[in-house]
Each structure stands twice: as C-alpha cells, then as structure tokens.
Design a protein. Sequence first.
Length: 377
Amino acid sequence: MIITRNKFLKLVGFFALTVFVTVAAGDIVHFKNGKKIEGTVEALDDGTLLLKTSTGKITIRKSSVKNIERSALEKQEEDAVPSGNEQSSFLKNCPEKFKDLAGDFDSLQKGRENAIKKNKLKKYALYKILRLENTNKKLNVELTSLNKRIALINPERNVKNYNSLIKKSNNISARIQINHSNLTQLNKKYEKIDSDINDYFDLLNESKEKINKKHEEVSKSLTPEEEEYFQTLCSELKEFESDFVRHEYKYDKKHKSTIVVSSLLNGKVRANLIVDTGASLVCMSEKIANKLGIDTDKSLFTMTVLLADGSQGKAMPLILKSVKVGDLEVQYVRAAVLNDVGGEDGLLGMSFLENFKVSIDSKENTLILDEFSAGAN
C-alpha cells in the first residue's frame, strides 16, 4: 500500500548544502619513492591533489604519486557482488515435483548473501555522507563569511588583499561544486544498497506465497521423500524470515489523509511527524527546533526545497543525533528545519524510513517497519 504523501510539502533534495569529498577517510597515497601517507583525498585537479591528514592538509604533486589506494567502501562494494558460481544446496537431490521451488530458493539464498554484504556497507556509507555533509556546512559558512569581508573592501584601494580573498573564495566555491557532484553519486550508492535489501525482502515474500500455493496443489500426492524435502524448504524459509525483525506502530485514525506518529528527537523532544515517503529528509518546524536548542537564524536557511504549489522555499539542514519511533531508534539522521510543515510538527521522511521496509495495515491502523538485521554489525 502506498503511504499518503503530505499534501502541503514534499522535499526534493539538497541544492546549496550537499557536498562531499571525493574519497573517504582511509585513502592511502603511494609515492614513487616507496613512501606512503594515509588521509582523505579532498580534491583533485590536473596537477595536484589535496590530502587531509590527522595533522592538517597538504598539497601533493600528482607526478610524485604512484597510485592511490581506494577507501574501504569501494573495496567492500566489489566484495559485495555475489560470485554466482556455487550451486545451491536446494538444487541437490531435488524431486522433480519441486524443481521450480528449488530454483526460487536458490535465487533467494543468493539474494540473502548479497543483502547481508550490502547491509554491512550501510553504516560506513552513511558515515561518509554525514561526515562530508558536515564538511560541506563548514565550507559554506566559511564562504559566506569570506564574501562578507570581500564586500567591505574597496578593490581599487586594496588590490592585493582583494585579489587574495577573491582567489580564496573561488577555491572554496570550486571545492563545493566538485564535492556536490560526488555526493550525488554517493547517495545513489546508498540508495542502491537499500534497494538490494528491499529486493531480497520482496523475493522472500514471493517465495513464501509460492511455497504455500505449491503445498495446496500437491499435498495429497506427496511421497514420504517428497514430503521430507518439502518440509526442509519450509524450515529454510523460516530461517530466511528470521533475517527481518518486524516493528508495528499503531497510529491515530483521526488524521484522515495522513499518518501521524509520535517521535522522540535527540532523546528529549516529542514531535508529531507525518509519515511521508515523498520527503527525502526528516523535517521539523522552527518551534520544535527551538525546543531542541537549535539556532534557527534565517541566514542558516541555505537549502532549497520545492513546495506543493510549485514554489520554492528555504530550509536549514542539520543532523539529528537520533530519531525514535516506538522502540525503533535511528542515530545520526539527516534532517531540515522548515517554515511550513503542513500543520504538524514535521515530516518523517526517507532519511529515517529508508532503514526499513515500510508497509501499512489500514484495517488495523498500523505502520509496519520491517528491519533487516542480518549483517548489520
């Protein structure tokens, strides 16, 4: 069932404050002279690269570099691709009557292996996104302050200082533009991880339906050996199902066109949030932000959002330490402060919901969040 989207606003994404560096922490630069140094490659141009280390930032000539060892995420992404060479145990000694089910279970097993590997990547990928968005915020604050200084200078009277500040401003702007493009790619990778896990969940449900249907068709004509094999498939199916932990949350039916849930933000402030799969972030009103002790100065509203009437508005991006719904808590959640959140305290968007397979039982007024737990640690 499709969740009703918020009729007042839907967030379409970052514009001004979504940049990140090219490679995550843990990059190793190998030099031609045999030496190496570890850090974070933040920018590359035709002749140099900028490396951030624990002691500061250094500029390195690319002509002295032998190669750059990729970060852990890129390596793990290669390892996360199933080989597909091994024959599943479900295909061995399979009765002819169950050949179709065995094939499905073979796909299910491979899908599970892939989902587990991808689930191990999630926390690391999110860490990269959050850390780099924080870097982005600092860059924009630095750029804003710098441009204010430039505006106060008379370029004709202080040419040297003016040109120096302009050069610095251009360098920061260039880094923002490069990093913005790279963040888009990283977000796509993160979305692909979630998509693979959801594909496994859908495949599991399809397999469950097929095995039940098959049981109805052949249960009266099974030999003892076939019955034993069939029960083995049922047992294996339960093992697959144990990968998912189901969380159910009762919502109030008084909201006719929306689903509103009570959420705990940063472990201290309650907020009624509209469940909105069309919002990319968890959003909150300025009132809730103020209760959290967040500064809502208008100069910080640097993110562009699209309103339901087609107009554009401004929002302030931030990262919440935690968002909790019922007994479910997600840490370090991307969020935004908005002027208009549609009559409630905010929106429960995809930066929280993407961690689960979301469904609705409208008869029981229940929000269902299925959490894939295998390989999460």
